[in-house]
Structure formats: C-alpha cells, structure tokens
Design a protein around this ligand. Structure first.
Ligand code: SF4
Length: 345
C-alpha cells in the first residue's frame, strides 16, 4: 500500500534513507547529506585574491551564491551531494581518465532530473537547485561536509571506496532530512606525494591549486597561449592531467569499479599523433558527447602538437610540417614549436 505524503514528510523533514535510496536508484554511487549552513568564505576569497583562478572568470561571479545555499533556494535546509565514479584503468596518458568517456555533466544532469522526480513523489512541493560543475556551488567543500570523502592535499575529494576517481554534483533542497552525514576527516597525514609529483609545481600550499600552473587548466580551459614553462612539462598529456591522482595512496589497490555508462570511448584511447591528425569531421564524430568537446577541434590539435614536441620524433615530422602551415594560428604555432623541440625546424 502506498504511503501518504503526510506520513513520509513530517514538518518539512524527509526520511534520509528514502532520499539516499532514490539517489542510488537513479545511478549515483556516492551519496551524502549535509545541513545547508553557509560555507567558510576564506578559502575561496583568498584563492581568488592570489590570482590562482587564472582566467576562470566564472569563479569570480556569484560568490554569495557559492557560499550560502539559501541564496539560490530560499529556505534551503539540505545539500544532497552526489558522485558518479569513472574508469580508473591504465591507458595511454594523453587524455585524463575523467574525460575518456561520456561527458559527466550530461550523466549527472540526466540522473538528477530523474532524482528530482523521485523526490517530488515523496514531497510534491519540494524546491531544489541542482548543479554540476557550472552553477553557483562548491561541490568539493560540500562533499567533505556531507561525508562523501575528504579534500586531499591535491585539492580533490577522496573517498575510501573510490579514491578520487569520481565526479560530483549537488542538489540543494528546501527540506530537512531526519539524519545527516558527518563531515569526513582529512586523512592525508604526513603524505605529500601529490605535491612533490606535480610536473609544474602547481600547489602553492596543500589543497591549493594555482590554475596558472596547472596542466589540466591549460589543456582544458585555456584557449590562448600556453606559457613556455608549462608547455615544457606537458609530456604525453593532451587533455587534462592525472599525475596528482595517480600517485595518491588512496587511489591504489582494490577500488570500486567505474560506472559502465562512463566507459572510455575511442578518442579517450588515442595518442597525441593520432589526435593531431584528426580531421574536423572525425573530431566532431569522436568528441561529441565527451568533455573534449570543451576545448574544441583547434584546441585539442594545439595540445597534441605541443605534446608531440616533447614525446615525438622523426616519424612525426611530416604531420607537424603540415600542421605548421595550418590556417589556425594556434595550431601552426604549436606545430612549429614542436618541430623545433624535436630538432627538425
Ligand atoms: Fe593526500 Fe598523499 Fe593523496 Fe596527496 S597523494 S591527496 S597528500 S594522500
């Protein structure tokens, strides 16, 4: 017999077990619930003041909304934090693991849409604000507060079951729940493997990332010129960087598998030379629906050319020579630079 809404939501309080079960049924492997109290503003304000956001202009907007869920949902009482794991298997290092499969934004949005429907079946007048990596939210801080994992010295959220190989989203609810999760304690201890392994020394302090030095920022977000000292450290990387995750002890051993719907696609396994040689039509076919669409055709070819300057050789000379005459200046510049780096100007 179906329960009545009145029975299941008392005084605007939802049963946490039902909310969690609904999230799991919608395909989220990690679920946490935190009271929607405002976040400490200092880490974000300091980070922005230091210029560590580089050209991530979105981070400078809607600060109040990022820090206080009640600004986006009047009467906010709960932040529901959600995670989807991705494949952490070893493959050519050109593409970061999170980006090898379906774009996680779509995966989260689809599942959150279903989840919102399920929650409204419990409480039809529920109001929500959902966000995946783009709206006014601080997913990592909320994930730690909701017990999903802890923020490591590499600035990523680490869970005991999944390491840091998962993506996050969150949903603000204007309802309480009858049981919240406890914040996760930080477990890095004396370890500093990620800080020492970073190719560009992009961590000015534990847990603080300077995007101006971060290979991931430059290969994913920077459509302009990549500074010489950064491009010199690209190595085989074409889109994103996993070094600070690969060395983390919490990412070793018997972790839970990635979501099969986020399994790597063909482009996720390609090497720099193959990527640099793609036609625009091939790129559109292979990159559509993946995060690599973000840097667009010319950005990905630029990155691949720069990488070839560091890992390529004589066999890549003809390809780079052709791309050095590409009508797109960023690609031509990168290919010319790569030819000089491999000693074939
Ligand atoms: Fe923490 Fe060590 Fe992992 Fe870095 S590598 S996040 S310091 S446990």
């Amino acid at each position: 017999m179906a329960e009545s809404t009145e029975f299941r939501t008392q005084d605007g309080v939802l049963p946490a077990a039902e909310v969690r079960a609904a999230a799991l049924a919608c395909g989220f492997a990690l679920v946490g619930l935190a009271p929607a109290e405002p976040l400490d503003s200092r880490p974000l304000v300091d980070w922005l003041a230091q210029g560590y956001a580089a050209n991530l202009s979105a981070m400078r907007r809607r600060i109040e909304e990022r820090l206080d869920p009640a600004v986006v949902v009047p009467g906010a009482r709960t932040v529901l934090v959600l995670g989807i794991p991705y494949d952490a298997g070893v493959a050519p290092a050109g593409i970061a693991r999170y980006a090898r499969g379906r774009d996680y934004h779509y995966a989260h949005r689809d599942r959150m849409r279903k989840l919102r429907g399920r929650l409204r079946a419990i409480d039809p007048s529920l109001r929500t604000y959902a966000c995946v990596d783009s709206g006014a939210a601080m997913e990592k801080a909320w994930a730690e507060r909701a017990g999903l994992g802890f923020i490591g010295k590499n600035g990523l959220v680490i869970s005991r079951g999944h390491g840091s190989w998962f993506t996050l989203s969150l949903m603000v609810l204007d309802r309480g729940v009858d049981a919240y999760d406890s914040p996760h304690p930080r477990l890095c201890g004396d370890c500093r493997k990620c800080l020492d392994a970073c190719p560009t020394e992009a961590f000015p302090a534990p847990g603080v990332v300077d995007a101006r030095r971060c290979l991931s920022y430059h290969t994913v977000e920077n459509h302009g010129e990549i500074p010489a000292e950064v491009r010199a450290k690209l190595g085989p990387r074409v889109f994103g960087c996993d070094v600070c995750q690969e060395v983390c002890p919490f990412n070793q051993g018997d972790l839970s598998p990635g979501d099969p719907r986020q399994a790597p696609r063909i482009l996720g396994h390609m090497r720099a030379a193959e990527i640099a040689a793609l036609t625009e039509a091939q790129f559109e076919e292979l990159a559509t629906g993946t995060p690599m669409r973000r840097i667009r055709y010319d950005g990905l070819r630029r990155n691949a050319c720069l990488s070839l300057g560091l890992i390529g050789g004589e066999k890549d000379q003809a390809l780079l020579g052709r791309l050095a005459n590409d009508p797109v200046s960023s690609v031509a510049e990168a290919a010319s630079w790569a030819l000089r780096e491999i000693g074939m100007p």
